[in-house]
Design a protein around this ligand. Sequence first.
Ligand SMILES: [Zn+2]
Length: 333
Amino acid sequence: MKWKTLFLISLVCLIASYLIYNKRLNKFNSMLETPKEKKLVPQSKFKNTPNKNLSHKKVHYKKADKKIKNNTQTFKTNSPHQLPINDPRHLALTDSKGNIYPDSLGVDGEYVVAYGDIIVGESRYIQDYESGDKVLKVNRPQVWPSRRIPFRIAEDITEAQKRAIENIATKLAAEVQLSLTPYDPYKDKAYVYFKKGSQHCYAQVGYSGEIAEVALNERCGQTEIFHEVFHVLGFFHEQNRFDRDDHIKILWENIDEKNWPQFEKFPEESFPEIFINQAPFTFNTLMLYRPNAFSENSDYSIVNIYGEAYKVISEPTKEDYRRIMLLYQDITL
Ligand SMILES: [Zn+2]
């Protein structure tokens, strides 16, 4: 009887120890699994980031960035305007899809901006950009999927700016049959959002499937707002075109070195196709900077190939409207 009791007690102890051990083992295994999973997430994310496919070199963006900075230092010793016009150092860094990775970025209020007035990202994500979790790039422009383009105007936009936006909507409807219409909060996920900005006028380029923000400081008038709307419709600046050296000269000596990246050329692959064969370079556009843009003195920064300044355009031209028609020729209401 005594032995039987002892045997039973030993058996219960043995089973209990096994159960406790097994539970701890499971816990231990799950502890092992958690960091494994955590480790995998950023790795797979990193693999999906396009900065691995940079066309200049197959290296991480930051390394490529450094390379360009070195090149910029070379600019310092060799006067940049003496560089051959096809020198790759004038080219923007791009990936195989034509997306652009700006070399020079500025932060203004809510936005990270590049190439003067192009919104590249939101400044609240600065740390994510620095750690490589988010990438700052300007996508090759996409057109809006419908000729009806929803828009929303923030309450704090000035009355004059609201009227300017209405005028722009009227002109676009009459000239190119694009219909800027008030957005439906229940239906429209992607729309143009005119809101109050910080120091300048800024816009995103093209359609992204999400809200396309146009940030307006109170001094942005109808000309500037129209220029921003062109960005939203899918237009870059004319002076960034791949073929601009056939038509204009950049006077690097009149531009502060920190602003040289503003005048980078984008390759053909970064532009919608119509700009390659059907819409050649023109001076007759709202999208070309004025001859003294980013000049650090009283001299010009951009002139025509004969060394002369050109007329500044303040209203969209027939050519501008023709380009919208071309860009949206396959898009219906
Ligand atoms: Zn612009």
